[in-house]
Design a protein around this ligand. Structure first.
Ligand SMILES: [Zn+2]
Length: 214
């Protein structure tokens, strides 16, 4: 229960930060309703619960609070319960924030993903000097950029795929990718839209595998 509560609080913070970054809003300042701008009181900021007892609406103007915030917090709680490796959990939350950004705007703030890549790369190579890992990363980078040029992949997807590659052994990396791609293909077929937010799909692949791999 303790980890779940910590998870939803951290997810709420992650969601708020991700939204502000992608919409170029100030990172300081109190949270407010995006419709009527009324500043939120502390009890309106309690993750999950505030959404439930306000029945998913702003207390002032009754505008619907987006359900994705509730989903985001719930996922965060579950991740904190089921992943207990610190780095794995950190990446899980990073992907939560980036997924939300991609879901909302089809773009992400890629700098955070690239920072994780640059941390993971030496970490992996120091742990076991595995040059297949390094060569694989360079190959994925090259393939990624070709696919981006062809408009088959978003540039923000590249660091995410690299994170999966560097964090998991080959077997689990393949599983994460298969799960992500399957969800992506199914959602294209269902929604009949070619524009797809692929980061949430890859993130689900990561979360599922990270929980099993844990
Ligand atoms: Zn409002």
């Amino acid at each position: 229960m303790f980890y779940f509560i910590l998870g939803i609080i951290f997810a709420s913070f992650t969601a708020c930060l991700s939204e502000r970054l992608i919409y170029n809003q100030s990172l300081s300042g109190r949270s407010q309703c995006s419709t009527c701008q009324h500043p939120l009181q502390w009890y309106e900021l309690i993750p999950l619960l505030s959404f439930i007892y306000q029945r998913g609406r702003c207390r002032q103007c009754l505008t619907r609070i987006p359900a994705y915030l509730f989903v985001c917090e719930l996922i965060g709680g579950l991740l904190a319960v089921h992943i207990n490796q610190p780095l794995g959990l950190l990446i899980a939350f990073l992907l939560l924030g980036l997924s939300l950004q991609d879901f909302l705007t089809q773009t992400i703030t890629p700098i955070f993903a690239w920072i994780v890549v640059t941390i993971l790369l030496p970490l992996q190579l120091l742990q076991q000097p595995d040059f297949i890992k390094l060569a694989g990363a360079l190959l994925l980078l090259a393939i990624g950029f070709i696919l981006v040029k062809q408009n088959l992949l978003g540039s923000g997807d590249i660091p995410i795929i690299l994170i999966l590659w560097l964090f998991f052994p080959l077997f689990w990396f393949s599983w994460a990718l298969v799960i992500g791609a399957t969800i992506g293909i199914v959602s294209i077929l269902i929604r009949k839209r070619h524009q797809l937010a692929f980061v949430p799909c890859l993130s689900i692949g990561y979360w599922v595998v990270a929980v099993i791999f844990n």
